[in-house]
Write a protein that binds this ligand. Structure first.
Ligand code: VG1
Ligand code: CO
Length: 608
């Protein structure tokens, strides 16, 4: 079709760049606009986990139908759920830049092009890369007239041919899709017999991901437009924070160290912290997006954020080394920019403490009025609960996964009470608020910067110490036992469940187990019940409350990951090291769960 964009003279160069760098260009064949229906064989294993579907990259690369089926199932469910008047939809299609993103953007364009009764327009960010929080912000901005997002990411999981690839879906409110929607997509994928895809014939046409914003292409019956990934997100952040205050802080020579882990958060960190707020080049590391994240595991924690942590004067256990450079704040984001790590010189702030400090100092941070509601995931520490109680704001404890927070933020829209401005977080380095419907790595960095800029004489260490003096300290650590056999891990959980209501083991030692329960959640907004969300073992350690939580991960791509979360409250001694303080509790909990017998593991693979 002659009206379609023909290949630019730079196509070959762009294709070469594609092989070496993050998404730059993709090649498509352009047939007519009619629908192309093809038989397909359903897959039974496309059940999305805690946030989207993640699998080994080879599963996606060796069989292109795997992605085709998933996307067709998603579109079918989206179509059934949206009102006839709102169809066809505009959808944002973005990636975190990981390996296999470029061909997947091409493939998905071809599916959408053949489903133009469901999708009329695809919005693709310039360069193909957009962080998850920015995607949420983009589709919530009325100006963009875009009502859902497909994000190609396996989040904090590593990328590359031998690592992981995945897809996250966002719904029409810019939120991670809920349990019900996810289940529907899975059900649809199990019975899918046909899908629509534009064929690979006719002329080759290049969609240049580096093309100017506003450039449009036609794929089948669908329009593809190259969009600016920054504008909506930056304006959301500008409305939330006092940017003038932050600029002033940067202009006075205060330095921070931001680690983008070669993920999607890197360019967004550079744009906001560098270009807009004025932090200099030496404040950034690993901020260029790479398809294998530079070989690193883009998970911002003490283990994988090693270089950042060292430069901030900390060791792998979060202890002060006495060395390090002169930075006021250290921070990292994960592969898709929704997680954050926060530290100061010689001090690591656990995500649960970070959430509590942000809640306590909300008025220093937000220009959007007082805090109305806070929430944390159940395995996160209770540090924020004591702040919420003192401040008299509503407090919720939800299952793991951001979609539960989204419902609370949308409570008013869904016919309930208004809890916004709302703050929420997870122990897994996730923090966010009602400014969007996803966790937001950069938002957390700006929140901490605001705290420091408001009281420039304080260090991060001062802020944390003042917090503990006011509220006491919740020592916290998480042990991960990765890639265990699924059978053994499931049996261990069953065995723990079997202890509910039975006589508890008592050995007269320091750790007195006084309750075992299984966490179940009734959503106060949707009234949905989500059961079996982890086993909680409550202890008394010399009269202080402590607990261990066991749950299985929903984001792994192979085998089962057992997570053991440990927490102990101390109202007097704040100076200890979390991992050392909790070692004994960890041993005791593992013994009660009979972890070694069920999983064959003596030691965790990662402690955070
Ligand atoms: C993990 C975290 C959870 C987080 C989820 C998605 O899930 O524990 O708190 O919401 O990852 O984060 P699980 O089921 O493996 O424990 V992200 O940054 O990977 O979207
Ligand atoms: Co993530």
């Amino acid at each position: 079709m002659k009206s379609w964009i023909s290949p630019s003279p730079f196509t070959l160069l762009l294709l070469l760049m594609t092989l070496l760098s993050p998404p730059t260009s993709l090649s498509l064949s352009m047939p007519s606009t009619s629908r192309y229906s093809r038989p397909t064989t359903a897959y039974q294993d496309q059940r999305p986990g805690t946030s989207g579907l993640r699998k080994k990259t080879k599963i996606w690369t060796e069989d292109s139908m795997y992605l085709n089926n998933l996307i067709q199932s998603y579109l079918n469910v989206l179509s059934t759920n949206s009102s006839p008047s709102s169809k066809p939809l505009s959808i944002l299609l973005a990636s975190d830049g990981r390996y296999h993103s470029v061909p997947s953007i091409a493939q998905i364009s071809k599916i959408c092009g053949a489903n133009s009764d469901i999708v009329s327009t695809l919005h693709v960010p310039q360069n193909g890369v957009q962080s998850t929080p920015s995607c949420s912000s983009y589709i919530r901005s009325p100006k963009n007239d875009c009502s859902a997002a497909i994000i190609l990411t396996a989040s904090h999981n590593p990328g590359g041919p031998d690592a992981d690839f995945g897809v996250k879906f966002n719904g029409a409110r810019g939120e991670p899709v809920d349990e019900g929607f996810t289940e529907e997509v899975w059900e649809e994928s199990k019975r899918l017999t046909t899908l629509n895809i534009v064929d690979d014939d006719d002329d080759d046409v290049t969609i240049d991901l580096n093309a100017e914003v506003g450039t449009t292409y036609k794929v089948g019956g669908c329009k593809v437009v190259i969009v600016d990934p920054y504008e909506a997100y930056v304006s959301t952040l500008e409305k939330f924070f006092d940017f003038e205050l932050l600029k002033d802080y940067a202009s006075k020579g205060n330095r921070i160290l931001f680690d983008g882990m070669h993920g999607a958060g890197g360019p967004f960190g550079r744009r906001v912290l560098g270009d807009i707020l004025g932090f200099k080049d030496d404040c950034f590391m690993r901020c260029d997006t790479r398809e294998d994240f530079g070989g690193c595991h883009p998970d911002p924690n003490l283990t994988y954020g090693k270089e950042l942590v060292e430069r901030m004067g900390l060791d792998g256990k979060g202890r002060k080394t006495g060395k390090g450079e002169d930075f006021k704040l250290g921070a990292a984001n994960d592969g898709d920019g929704d997680r954050n790590l926060i530290c100061g010189k010689g001090v690591f702030v656990t995500p649960s403490d970070s959430l509590a400090v942000i809640a306590d100092r909300w008025e220093d941070i937000s220009s959007n009025g007082p805090l109305k509601g806070v929430a944390r995931s159940m395995p996160s520490s209770a540090a924020v609960d004591v702040v919420a109680e003192k401040k008299g704001v509503r407090n919720f404890v939800t299952p793991t996964g951001w979609k539960f927070f989204g419902n609370l933020m949308d409570s008013e829209v869904l016919g309930g009470e208004n809890f916004n401005p709302f703050l929420c977080g997870e122990e897994s380095f996730g923090t966010g608020s009602s400014h969007i419907r996803e966790k937001d790595g950069l938002w957390a960095v700006l929140a901490w910067l605001s705290i420091l800029a408001r009281s420039p004489s304080l260090t991060v260490e001062d802020v944390v110490n003042q917090h503990w003096e006011k509220y006491g300290r919740h020592y916290y650590a998480r042990y991960d036992y990765e890639e265990c056999g699924s059978d053994g891990a499931n049996k261990m959980m069953e065995n723990l469940r079997g202890m509910i209501g039975k006589a508890l083991p008592k050995d007269g030692g320091d750790y007195e187990l006084n309750k075992i329960e299984s966490f179940s959640y009734t959503d106060p907004v949707t009234k949905e019940v989500t059961a079996n969300q982890g086993m909680i073992l409550s202890f008394l350690v010399k009269d202080s409350p402590a607990r261990a939580v066991f749950r299985l991960s929903g984001t792994g791509s192979a085998g089962a990951t057992v997570r053991m979360y440990l927490e102990k409250y101390d109202g007097e001694n704040f100076g200890g090291n979390s991992q050392e303080e909790l070692k004994g509790l960890g041993e005791k909990a593992a013994e009660i769960a009979d972890l070694e017998r069920f999983t064959g593991r003596k030691e965790p693979t990662v402690i955070t």
